[in-house]
Design a protein around this ligand. Sequence first.
Ligand SMILES: Cc1ncc(COP(=O)(O)O)c(C=O)c1O
Length: 368
Amino acid sequence: MSGSLDFSPRILMGPGPSNVDARVLQAMALPPIGHLDPEFIKIMERIKTMLREVMLTDNELTIPVSGTGSAGMEAALCNLIEPGDRCVVCVHGVFGGRMAEICARYGAEVVTVEAPWGQPTDPDDVSQALAEGATKLVAIVHAETSTGVLQPLEEISRITHQAGVLLVVDTVASLGGHPVRVDEWGIDVCYSGTQKCLSIPPGLAPITFSPQAVAALDSRPTKVANWYLDMSLVRHYWGEERTYHHTAPVNALYGFHEGLRLVLAEGLEARWSRHQANHELLVAGLTEMGLEMLPDPNYRLWSLNAVRIPEWVDDVAVRQRLLNEYDIEIGGGLGDLKGNVWRIGLMGASSTPNNVLMLLGALNEILD
Ligand SMILES: Cc1ncc(COP(=O)(O)O)c(C=O)c1O
């Protein structure tokens, strides 16, 4: 019938969203209840507890922000930045660039530390940038979805804290698929998105603030420039007071609750191992076909595999055939890498040996 939501289900192996377990979708189909209903408040409390477990943190202020991963990025930055603050932003792909752009919009003095796309940021470069001026925060992407690079964080965290500076980390493409140890790694603000390794539909951004980050928020002389994402207000809805700020996306939060439950039921270690094993299976298959990965083996994401497109291959035609003939979605390159790489996601429920083998089989047929 015209106008109905009629499409064939896809195997989602792009940079997100990933496939969603039916139990999450069923949870989202439950009838909404009031966002101040005592039953809903119980759900909120369980969400906060589970989210702390998934983010490996004891931080009190650990909540899902209403909005996608970019809302998490904006929330992390707008709550800390005051006009004139010096911010060191590590840029090794599109999303580091987005962080720099957001910092500038909040009036920060932005200092970028650049790394070639396909490589991680060098901690010595961060050290140098910090030595050149009093700094409010260092911002960095843990899993750069545009390049498939995993950024090691421990050394950068050490350098940042030695300088008495706050560390903001984007884990949109790693939380739930790679180890993300918020407390152990000394991350002050860590945010993510639901639609990648957590395998929950897009629409929420988990975020956590360390006591130092909360202190920075509490001591700012100026108001947070973004009302919707102002944590000094939003936290009173998620805290004991339950003060209305904005209407919580109730059904999205049901799905979030169920998705977090599934992550913890699988176990973080088991989930990380699954992501690693399926990544290795994919890389072995692609290598056998003569394809090359963009990042060095030491810095490859398990969740997002950036593969160089051979010169003789038509990028768009291959992706169209995968979608139209096999119902498989993979991603094209972003920014400077447009036309040069495919981005193959193995995230959350999409990270299965079956999916890997199906994609390799389809690619083999198409490239033959
Ligand atoms: C590393 C990273 N940060 C931020 C974002 C932005 O998230 P969203 O598109 O959910 O707003 C993305 C999305 O792909 C991402 O991969």
